[in-house]
Design a protein around this ligand. Structure first.
Ligand code: BGC
Length: 235
């Protein structure tokens, strides 16, 4: 509850390499606004991205903010930003946004936020997001082990998962090769993590053209924002 007795609303923000999405969620995590999307400005420097968020937030009612960011996050500070701009390294996004919006802000890795919106809290759950970059998140009984960066780990032929399965790789190699690689990646990840469930998220899941194993599920893109409510239940 807010001081005026109204139920808390959360502005969920998903910063991506190609788009920035925002939506307001009610206390139960139900959307109470449209999902707005704006292309990520280029160069994707902090000032330019923050300006987009302020603009998208302008006409919305909210009490707190959750941000999913495509890089490693430590205490609200962005430590990496492979698909944005090196100016982000060491940037205190949580404090900066909180000062500008006058609301409490929590920042988390984008795949971690998507995972918070997707997992059911049973056993080992792995989340892999297929977008501009390749994101990953690991949960044990619903508890997040933050900042898993599988995307930049070697996968095969001297290339990382992101180099083989990110947007640039999909465009360069085509859908058939990308799907073959994804099948190999799933097999490799199952051997490594012995997960109970693997969730695949991100815009490029729409290109998957093979039958997934029973313990692999596709999660809707919107969970990238829905995780914004669960984030406030975390410590
Ligand atoms: C970043 C991850 C991010 C992923 C998806 C990768 O390049 O290193 O932190 O989750 O892209 O956006």
């Amino acid at each position: 509850m807010t001081q005026t007795g109204q139920l808390i609303q959360t502005l969920a923000v998903d910063i991506g390499g190609s788009g920035i999405k925002v939506m307001v969620l009610d206390h139960a995590g139900e959307p109470v606004s449209d999902r707005d999307r704006v292309d990520t400005p280029q160069p994707a420097k902090p000032d330019a991205i923050i300006a987009v968020i302020l603009d998208l937030a302008q006409d919305k009612q909210f009490d707190r903010v959750s941000v999913g960011f495509p890089g490693v996050i430590k205490a609200g500070v962005t430590m990496t930003a492979a698909n944005l701009d090196s100016d982000w390294i060491g940037f205190n996004l949580a404090t900066t946004l909180s000062d500008l919006l006058g609301k409490p802000v929590r920042v988390i890795n984008d795949a971690d936020m998507q995972g918070l919106g997707a997992v059911v809290g049973q056993g080992v759950e792995l989340v892999v997001t297929l977008g501009t970059g390749v994101g990953s998140a690991l949960f044990l009984d619903g508890i997040l082990i933050p900042n898993l960066e599988l995307g930049h780990h070697e996968f095969r032929k001297g290339a990382t998962y992101e180099e083989q399965l990110g947007r640039a790789a999909l465009d360069a190699a085509g859908k058939k090769k990308w799907n073959d690689r994804l099948q190999k990646a799933i097999a490799s990840l199952e051997h490594l993590f012995n997960y109970d469930t693997l969730y695949l998220g991100g815009g490029n899941t729409k290109f998957i053209n093979f039958e997934l194993p029973v313990n692999v599920k596709i999660v809707p893109n919107i969970s990238g924002l829905l995780g914004g409510i669960t984030l406030w239940r975390e410590k």
